[in-house]
Design a protein around this ligand. Structure first.
Ligand SMILES: [Zn+2]
Length: 242
Protein backbone atom coordinates (compact mmCIF):
# COMPACT_ATOMS: atom_id res chain seq x y z
CA UNK A 1 0.00 0.00 0.00
CA UNK A 2 1.46 3.39 -0.98
CA UNK A 3 2.18 6.00 1.65
CA UNK A 4 -0.91 7.71 3.03
CA UNK A 5 -1.10 11.43 2.18
CA UNK A 6 -2.60 12.42 5.55
CA UNK A 7 -2.24 11.65 9.25
CA UNK A 8 -4.58 9.32 11.06
CA UNK A 9 -5.21 8.52 14.72
CA UNK A 10 -7.64 6.11 16.34
CA UNK A 11 -9.54 8.10 18.96
CA UNK A 12 -11.69 5.71 21.01
CA UNK A 13 -13.14 3.64 18.19
CA UNK A 14 -13.35 6.46 15.66
CA UNK A 15 -10.56 7.43 13.28
CA UNK A 16 -9.60 11.09 13.17
CA UNK A 17 -7.59 12.53 10.28
CA UNK A 18 -5.38 15.55 9.66
CA UNK A 19 -4.95 16.63 6.05
CA UNK A 20 -2.22 19.21 5.36
CA UNK A 21 -2.56 21.94 2.76
CA UNK A 22 -0.16 21.98 -0.20
CA UNK A 23 2.27 24.17 1.74
CA UNK A 24 2.09 21.97 4.87
CA UNK A 25 1.23 25.02 6.98
CA UNK A 26 -2.45 24.47 7.78
CA UNK A 27 -4.73 21.50 8.26
CA UNK A 28 -8.20 20.05 7.89
CA UNK A 29 -9.20 18.07 10.98
CA UNK A 30 -11.70 15.37 10.00
CA UNK A 31 -14.11 14.28 12.78
CA UNK A 32 -13.37 14.47 16.50
CA UNK A 33 -14.81 11.41 18.28
CA UNK A 34 -16.73 11.29 21.56
CA UNK A 35 -17.09 14.09 24.11
CA UNK A 36 -14.22 13.06 26.36
CA UNK A 37 -12.09 12.21 23.38
CA UNK A 38 -11.31 15.86 22.73
CA UNK A 39 -8.26 15.46 25.01
CA UNK A 40 -7.04 12.60 22.81
CA UNK A 41 -7.56 14.79 19.75
CA UNK A 42 -5.45 17.50 21.40
CA UNK A 43 -2.71 14.91 22.09
CA UNK A 44 -2.89 13.85 18.44
CA UNK A 45 -2.39 17.48 17.37
CA UNK A 46 0.50 17.86 19.84
CA UNK A 47 2.23 14.71 18.63
CA UNK A 48 1.76 15.83 15.05
CA UNK A 49 3.28 19.25 15.79
CA UNK A 50 0.06 20.99 14.80
CA UNK A 51 -1.10 24.04 16.78
CA UNK A 52 -4.73 25.08 17.24
CA UNK A 53 -4.09 28.10 15.02
CA UNK A 54 -3.11 25.76 12.18
CA UNK A 55 -6.54 24.04 12.14
CA UNK A 56 -8.16 25.93 9.31
CA UNK A 57 -11.08 23.55 8.75
CA UNK A 58 -13.00 21.20 11.03
CA UNK A 59 -14.77 18.80 8.70
CA UNK A 60 -17.48 16.34 9.66
CA UNK A 61 -18.06 13.26 7.52
CA UNK A 62 -21.57 13.10 9.01
CA UNK A 63 -23.78 13.91 11.97
CA UNK A 64 -23.38 10.93 14.31
CA UNK A 65 -22.40 11.43 17.93
CA UNK A 66 -19.24 9.33 17.73
CA UNK A 67 -17.89 11.78 15.14
CA UNK A 68 -19.05 15.15 16.48
CA UNK A 69 -19.51 14.83 20.26
CA UNK A 70 -16.08 16.27 21.07
CA UNK A 71 -16.55 19.28 18.78
CA UNK A 72 -17.86 21.96 21.11
CA UNK A 73 -15.15 21.41 23.77
CA UNK A 74 -12.42 21.30 21.16
CA UNK A 75 -13.74 24.36 19.33
CA UNK A 76 -13.89 26.39 22.54
CA UNK A 77 -10.20 25.62 23.11
CA UNK A 78 -9.27 26.45 19.53
CA UNK A 79 -11.31 29.66 19.54
CA UNK A 80 -9.71 30.74 22.83
CA UNK A 81 -6.52 31.22 20.80
CA UNK A 82 -8.33 33.64 18.50
CA UNK A 83 -8.55 31.09 15.66
CA UNK A 84 -11.89 30.50 13.97
CA UNK A 85 -11.75 27.41 11.79
CA UNK A 86 -14.33 26.85 9.08
CA UNK A 87 -16.62 24.12 10.44
CA UNK A 88 -18.12 22.16 7.59
CA UNK A 89 -20.65 19.39 6.94
CA UNK A 90 -23.21 18.50 4.29
CA UNK A 91 -26.36 20.62 4.39
CA UNK A 92 -28.46 17.58 5.48
CA UNK A 93 -26.25 17.16 8.55
CA UNK A 94 -26.10 20.82 9.55
CA UNK A 95 -29.37 21.01 11.56
CA UNK A 96 -28.34 17.97 13.64
CA UNK A 97 -24.85 19.27 14.42
CA UNK A 98 -25.91 22.92 14.84
CA UNK A 99 -28.78 22.08 17.21
CA UNK A 100 -27.25 19.05 18.96
CA UNK A 101 -29.87 16.55 17.74
CA UNK A 102 -29.04 12.88 18.27
CA UNK A 103 -29.67 10.62 15.30
CA UNK A 104 -29.37 6.84 15.67
CA UNK A 105 -29.40 5.16 12.25
CA UNK A 106 -31.20 1.93 11.39
CA UNK A 107 -29.19 -1.27 11.73
CA UNK A 108 -27.92 -3.00 8.60
CA UNK A 109 -26.77 -6.09 10.47
CA UNK A 110 -28.28 -8.69 12.80
CA UNK A 111 -25.42 -7.84 15.17
CA UNK A 112 -26.68 -4.33 15.83
CA UNK A 113 -30.48 -4.45 15.64
CA UNK A 114 -30.75 -4.32 19.43
CA UNK A 115 -28.12 -1.58 19.68
CA UNK A 116 -29.97 0.63 17.20
CA UNK A 117 -33.32 0.06 18.97
CA UNK A 118 -31.77 0.74 22.38
CA UNK A 119 -30.16 3.95 21.15
CA UNK A 120 -33.46 5.16 19.74
CA UNK A 121 -35.38 4.37 22.91
CA UNK A 122 -32.74 6.01 25.11
CA UNK A 123 -31.89 9.09 23.11
CA UNK A 124 -34.45 11.40 24.73
CA UNK A 125 -33.68 10.24 28.28
CA UNK A 126 -31.15 11.69 30.73
CA UNK A 127 -28.89 8.64 30.32
CA UNK A 128 -29.27 8.73 26.55
CA UNK A 129 -28.29 12.39 26.46
CA UNK A 130 -25.33 11.65 28.72
CA UNK A 131 -24.07 8.87 26.45
CA UNK A 132 -25.23 9.93 23.03
CA UNK A 133 -25.97 13.64 23.35
CA UNK A 134 -24.08 16.18 21.27
CA UNK A 135 -23.57 19.80 22.21
CA UNK A 136 -24.77 22.42 19.81
CA UNK A 137 -22.17 23.55 17.29
CA UNK A 138 -23.48 26.93 16.11
CA UNK A 139 -20.34 27.48 14.00
CA UNK A 140 -21.33 24.71 11.57
CA UNK A 141 -21.68 25.71 7.92
CA UNK A 142 -22.99 23.75 4.95
CA UNK A 143 -20.57 22.52 2.29
CA UNK A 144 -21.09 24.74 -0.76
CA UNK A 145 -21.73 21.70 -2.96
CA UNK A 146 -18.56 22.45 -4.93
CA UNK A 147 -16.34 19.34 -4.88
CA UNK A 148 -13.32 21.64 -4.99
CA UNK A 149 -14.29 23.98 -2.15
CA UNK A 150 -11.30 22.81 -0.09
CA UNK A 151 -9.01 22.65 -3.12
CA UNK A 152 -9.71 26.37 -3.61
CA UNK A 153 -8.31 26.87 -0.09
CA UNK A 154 -5.04 25.13 -0.99
CA UNK A 155 -5.85 21.56 0.06
CA UNK A 156 -5.25 18.69 -2.38
CA UNK A 157 -8.72 17.36 -1.60
CA UNK A 158 -11.88 16.55 -3.50
CA UNK A 159 -15.16 16.43 -1.57
CA UNK A 160 -17.58 13.65 -2.54
CA UNK A 161 -21.22 13.47 -1.48
CA UNK A 162 -21.57 9.81 -0.49
CA UNK A 163 -24.98 9.07 1.04
CA UNK A 164 -26.23 5.71 2.31
CA UNK A 165 -25.08 5.74 5.92
CA UNK A 166 -26.73 9.14 6.34
CA UNK A 167 -28.22 11.24 3.55
CA UNK A 168 -25.50 13.87 3.94
CA UNK A 169 -22.42 11.68 4.19
CA UNK A 170 -19.31 13.34 2.77
CA UNK A 171 -16.05 11.63 1.86
CA UNK A 172 -12.70 13.27 1.18
CA UNK A 173 -10.43 12.09 -1.61
CA UNK A 174 -6.72 12.87 -1.42
CA UNK A 175 -4.71 11.42 -4.32
CA UNK A 176 -6.13 7.90 -4.64
CA UNK A 177 -7.02 7.60 -0.95
CA UNK A 178 -10.54 8.22 0.34
CA UNK A 179 -11.62 9.03 3.88
CA UNK A 180 -15.04 7.41 3.72
CA UNK A 181 -16.69 8.28 7.01
CA UNK A 182 -19.12 5.48 7.84
CA UNK A 183 -19.94 4.61 4.23
CA UNK A 184 -17.53 1.75 4.95
CA UNK A 185 -16.57 0.08 8.22
CA UNK A 186 -13.74 -2.35 8.74
CA UNK A 187 -14.11 -4.07 12.08
CA UNK A 188 -12.96 -7.72 12.18
CA UNK A 189 -16.57 -8.69 12.92
CA UNK A 190 -17.93 -6.25 10.33
CA UNK A 191 -15.60 -6.13 7.33
CA UNK A 192 -16.08 -3.34 4.75
CA UNK A 193 -19.84 -2.84 5.07
CA UNK A 194 -21.21 -0.52 7.79
CA UNK A 195 -23.31 -1.93 10.62
CA UNK A 196 -25.76 0.97 10.34
CA UNK A 197 -27.20 3.01 7.53
CA UNK A 198 -30.36 4.54 6.14
CA UNK A 199 -30.22 3.38 2.51
CA UNK A 200 -28.42 0.26 1.31
CA UNK A 201 -28.76 1.16 -2.39
CA UNK A 202 -27.25 4.61 -1.90
CA UNK A 203 -24.48 3.03 0.13
CA UNK A 204 -23.58 0.73 -2.75
CA UNK A 205 -23.75 3.64 -5.21
CA UNK A 206 -21.28 5.51 -2.99
CA UNK A 207 -18.88 2.54 -3.11
CA UNK A 208 -19.13 2.50 -6.90
CA UNK A 209 -18.42 6.26 -6.94
CA UNK A 210 -15.17 5.68 -5.01
CA UNK A 211 -14.04 3.21 -7.64
CA UNK A 212 -15.17 5.40 -10.55
CA UNK A 213 -13.05 8.27 -9.16
CA UNK A 214 -9.99 6.01 -9.15
CA UNK A 215 -9.72 5.31 -5.43
CA UNK A 216 -7.30 2.52 -4.51
CA UNK A 217 -7.37 2.74 -0.71
CA UNK A 218 -10.36 3.38 1.54
CA UNK A 219 -10.02 4.72 5.08
CA UNK A 220 -13.22 4.12 7.05
CA UNK A 221 -13.93 5.97 10.28
CA UNK A 222 -14.06 2.68 12.15
CA UNK A 223 -11.33 0.09 11.62
CA UNK A 224 -8.31 -0.22 9.38
CA UNK A 225 -7.79 1.03 5.84
CA UNK A 226 -8.33 -1.48 3.05
CA UNK A 227 -7.83 -1.80 -0.69
CA UNK A 228 -10.66 -0.74 -3.02
CA UNK A 229 -10.13 -4.05 -4.74
CA UNK A 230 -11.41 -5.92 -1.66
CA UNK A 231 -14.75 -4.13 -1.83
CA UNK A 232 -15.02 -4.78 -5.58
CA UNK A 233 -14.20 -8.46 -5.06
CA UNK A 234 -16.76 -8.80 -2.29
CA UNK A 235 -19.56 -7.30 -4.41
CA UNK A 236 -18.75 -8.46 -7.94
CA UNK A 237 -22.23 -7.68 -9.27
CA UNK A 238 -22.17 -3.94 -8.64
CA UNK A 239 -21.67 -1.74 -11.75
CA UNK A 240 -17.99 -1.02 -11.14
CA UNK A 241 -16.28 1.17 -13.71
CA UNK A 242 -13.28 -0.20 -15.63
ZN1 LIG B 1 -22.13 7.07 11.65
Amino acid sequence: MAETPFLKQVIGYTNVFLIPNEAGTRYILVDVGLANDHKKVIRFLDHSGVSFEQIEVLFFTHRHYDHVQGASKLLSKIEATGAHPLVLAHTDEVPFIRDGVVDIPPSLSKLTVAQSALGNSLKHTWLGQKLLGISQVPQIQAWSGDADQLRAMGYPVKIMHTPGHTSGGLSLMVEDHVITGDVCFNFPFAPLRPLFGDDENLLRASWVAFSAKGATTLHPSHGAAFAMERLRAKHPNLPWAG
